[in-house]
Each structure stands twice: as C-alpha cells, then as structure tokens.
Design a protein. Structure first.
Length: 160
C-alpha cells in the first residue's frame, strides 16, 4: 500500500528568490496564482479509501501540489530551460510549446530556452539531432507545425 513517505519530494533546500510573478499578482496574500508550500493533493479519491487506511489526516498519502510559488530556487536570469516532447503526434502540442516559451520569457524572465527534437533521442548528442533555440518569435515556438519532428513514437537509439 502506498504511504505518505513514498510520495514525498526531497527538498532542494530553501527557496531564496522572490518569484517574478509577484509583479503580476501584487501584494495579494491569498490568491489562485500561488501554491502554498504545505498544499497537498490526496492520493485516494474516495472517502471509503481514505477511511480504509485508518490513519490520521497528516499521515494520508498525498502529492505535492504543482504550480507557482512565492519563492523559487533558481534565478530566472541565469536559468536554462529545455523542452522535450515524446510519444507521437499530439494535437495542440505546438500551442503548448509556444505557451511554455511565452510564459518563461514574459512572466519569469527566462531568456535561454532550448528544444530537443526527436523526443528522447534528441537528448543523446551522438544521435546528431540539433538543439533548437526557442524564443517568442522563433518559428519553432509558433504554430507552424514544428512539433511534428519533436515527438517520435520509437524508442531512442542510444549509441554504445
């Protein structure tokens, strides 16, 4: 049976950098934009499953909630972000890639965003797939159909 300890994310330390999103959400103490450090999502989705565990509320298995935090670990000005997609064609994938690039660039101030082509195979330098610089104005971050070569279904060939 899954336990709380099985689902814990090990800490990177103490986040020391104020989120760049503070410029957009102002001094609002509580809002839908930030996720609290203690926010958790229940593993079990029914009261019957929760009751069957026979443990207290703080012992229930939970996931760390995803989303923006008030404080972050890495300085966006010096952060390099890589985008890789895998698993075949996916309607709307170009829009997702573009949204990631625009959010990173516009709201977080990340200027170095790269895209790995051909799925996981693009992460292996010996496979020879060039890394693509992604910017808000680049064709790879637009709706030009760039994701077609990004997400093959085949397993990557890893040279020995």
């Amino acid at each position: 049976m899954v336990t709380l300890d099985d689902l814990q994310v090990r800490s990177l330390g103490t986040p020391t950098i104020d989120s760049p999103l503070a410029l957009y959400v102002g001094g609002r103490e509580t809002n839908e934009y930030y996720v609290g450090e203690t926010d958790r999502i229940l593993y079990d989705d029914t009261l019957e499953l929760i009751a069957s565990r026979g443990v207290g509320l703080h012992e229930l298995p939970t996931f760390e909630a995803g989303g923006p935090r008030r404080s972050i670990f890495f300085d966006p000005a010096t952060t390099k972000v890589g985008v890789v997609t895998c698993g075949g064609l996916c309607p709307g994938l170009n829009d997702v890639i573009r949204a990631i690039v625009l959010e990173l660039h516009t709201h977080y101030g990340v200027r170095d965003v790269i895209g790995f082509q051909h799925g996981y195979a693009g992460l292996v330098e010996a496979n020879g797939h060039p890394v693509v610089q992604l910017t808000p104005s680049s064709s790879h971050a637009s709706t030009s159909g760039a994701a077609r070569s990004w997400a093959p279904r085949a397993a990557p060939r890893i040279p020995r």
